[in-house]
Design a protein around this ligand. Structure first.
Ligand code: NAP
Length: 531
């Protein structure tokens, strides 16, 4: 029932138990939270995958409007959970109430945004090339294309977005929009939050009269659960946000299956920020305080956290550093999501501190709290950065490295040495445009999103968003996990040649019964309601 949790595994409409149990931990206090949760394992994967397989033929053939209504209903049910969802998420993640309220708004907004998009044809994306019987030397047959769901999708909930990238997050929303049943592997750090949302989705599925196997939620603490899910032959694609090691491990399992499947993994990104000379000398203090605010937001636990700054030596950089150090020293430590993530952060910071080519610029205040993050800024030089790959590794949390460059050529060298990124940012003034023209073509090959005079934290959910990028930012640089383009990951095109109208799928029939936008003979035709 929506609005209660009992620690059970949600396999379609069934609540399942297991002998093994685990508890969530409040990272702010290290206290164990009730209730105990049943550990899902391979037997539950088998059950959920069987249900998903049965649900797929029905679900993928639902009219886009019916899937849109389902997404809207899920959004409504999540909102109806009210404060208890936010309170539980606060306890399980240490994230503040305001942040979680904002994340809930983003989660339901995203569901509704995708709903509106698919209602107008955004999932089917029909294309029609009418027959040209008089064409010489050969007539052209009637050729039509639509997209169909790829099959049941496994979604790994992310630890750092307990709502927006978790049970009803972007991967689930885009897979359901595509007509794919979803099995979520809930993140074990927030099982109660996951169950609240999972029950909301389950109820929405039932009320829509859809097969129960459209959605299952399996939460557990062992890697064997996720591994069994990716290996299950009924799963056809995977959405993942987490560590590079985790994403790569799941990718290997998927690639070694008798029938390999795509894994859309978002893994690690250090989101370089280039401070161009004129911008830096115009506003060093403002850039410094804005940078520290972005770095420390949410204890730095964002995939778009600005982990690398690149700037030229000089008086302006000195003023920037003094202002950044002051802001960092005034930044209160913040609780991290889990004891494991806090320990990994401390380890990453210690590695930088011990590196012979790195020096610490400033660190946030001391704290007695065991899982708190002290924001930290380090500095190195361009030569060291380019010759020491370990300095490019993500330290998940509020830790950044300034790369000091002698001149523009060294800044270019740093840009060329970067691995794939979710974002790359340039701060520039008008006088910086010529140098920006040199950097931009390099950054285009490194990042999925390029920003000017902003900060990468904060990802708008919109049609033009790319939250993706070359490896190791993601496993597939052709895709995004945010925005309407995210649905494409879980679709595949099917072409119909010469089929009589009565046998065509409705989205391709002459009278366009779903009233979708379509591309006819290469020309976009808006949805009839929009025309
Ligand atoms: P994680 O360890 O990668 O785990 C994410 C999910 O994947 C969990 O459900 C985990 O299950 C599963 N998983 C991981 N490795 C697996 C494997 N080999 N086989 C099967 N399942 C596997 O990420 P996390 O727990 O969120 O945090 C750990 C670290 O990940 C952080 O310290 C940070 O470095 C990184 N991280 C990065 C981002 C980002 O956006 N860049 C976001 C979150 C985390 P189990 O819990 O059962 O292992």
């Amino acid at each position: 029932m929506t609005g209660t949790i009992n620690g059970r595994i949600l396999a379609g409409a069934r609540d399942l138990d297991s002998a093994a149990r685990f508890h969530a931990i409040n990272p702010a206090s290290d206290d164990r939270l009730e209730p105990a949760f049943s550990e899902a394992g391979p037997q539950h994967v088998a059950e959920a995958a069987g249900l998903a397989e049965k649900a797929f033929p029905v679900f993928r053939n639902t009219p886009p409007g019916q899937r849109a209504d389902l997404l809207d209903a899920i959004a409504e049910k999540i909102e109806a959970l009210g404060d208890k969802l936010i309170e539980r998420a606060c306890q399980e993640t240490g994230l503040p109430t305001l942040r979680l309220q904002g994340e809930r708004a983003r989660t339901v907004g995203q569901l509704r945004f995708l709903a509106e998009w698919i209602r107008r044809g955004g999932a089917d994306e029909p294309r029609i090339d009418p027959a040209l019987p008089a064409r010489k030397p050969q007539p052209r047959p009637d050729i039509r294309l639509r997209h169909i769901g790829i099959g049941p999708v496994a979604v790994f909930g992310a630890s750092n977005f307990p709502l927006a990238f978790s049970v009803a997050g972007g991967d689930t929303a885009s897979a359901l929009a595509a007509g794919c049943p979803v099995i979520v592997k809930g993140h074990p750090a927030h099982p109660g939050t996951s169950e609240f949302v999972g029950r909301a989705i389950r109820d929405a599925v039932a009320e829509a009269g859809l097969p129960a196997g459209v959605f299952s939620l399996l939460t557990g603490t062992s890697n064997t659960l996720g591994a069994a899910l990716v290996a299950d032959p009924r799963i056809q694609a995977v959405g993942f946000t987490g560590s590079r090691a985790g994403g790569l491990a799941l990718g290997r399992i998927a690639a070694e299956r008798p029938v390999p499947i795509p894994v859309y993994a978002e893994m690690s990104s250090i989101n370089p920020v280039f401070l161009l000379p004129a911008a830096l000398s115009d506003r060093p203090e403002a850039l410094a305080t804005d940078f520290v605010a972005s770095l420390a937001l949410g204890a730095g636990q964002f995939c778009t956290n600005p982990g690398i700054l690149v700037a030229q030596e000089g008086a302006a950089l000195q003023r920037f550093l003094e202002a950044a150090a002051e802001a960092l020293r005034a930044t209160a430590p913040a609780t991290m999501l889990t004891p494991g993530i806090a320990a990994a952060y401390r380890q990453g910071v210690s590695s930088f501190a011990a590196h012979p080519a790195v020096r610490q610029v400033a660190v946030g205040p001391e704290t007695a709290e065991s899982n708190a993050c002290r924001a930290t800024l380090f500095a190195t030089d361009a030569n060291s950065f380019c010759s020491a790959p370990e300095l490019s590794h993500e330290v998940f949390g509020a830790c950044a490295l300034l790369v000091r460059c002698a001149d523009e050529d060294e800044m270019v060298g740093v840009a060329e040495a970067l691995e794939g990124q979710l974002t790359a940012t340039i701060h520039l003034a008008a006088a910086d445009h010529p140098f920006a023209r040199v950097l931009l073509p390099i950054l285009e090959t490194r990042a999925g999103r390029i920003l000017a005079n902003g900060w990468p934290t904060g990802v708008e959910v919109c049609h033009a968003m790319v939250h993706g990028g070359p490896f190791p930012a993601t496993s597939d640089p052709r895709t995004t996990s945010v925005g309407t383009l995210s649905i494409r990951r879980f679709l595949r095109p099917v072409c119909y040649q010469g089929l009589p109208d009565a046998l065509l799928p409705a989205s391709l029939q002459a009278d366009n019964p779903f009233r979708l936008a379509r591309c006819v003979d290469g020309v976009h035709q808006p949805a009839p309601a929009d025309a």
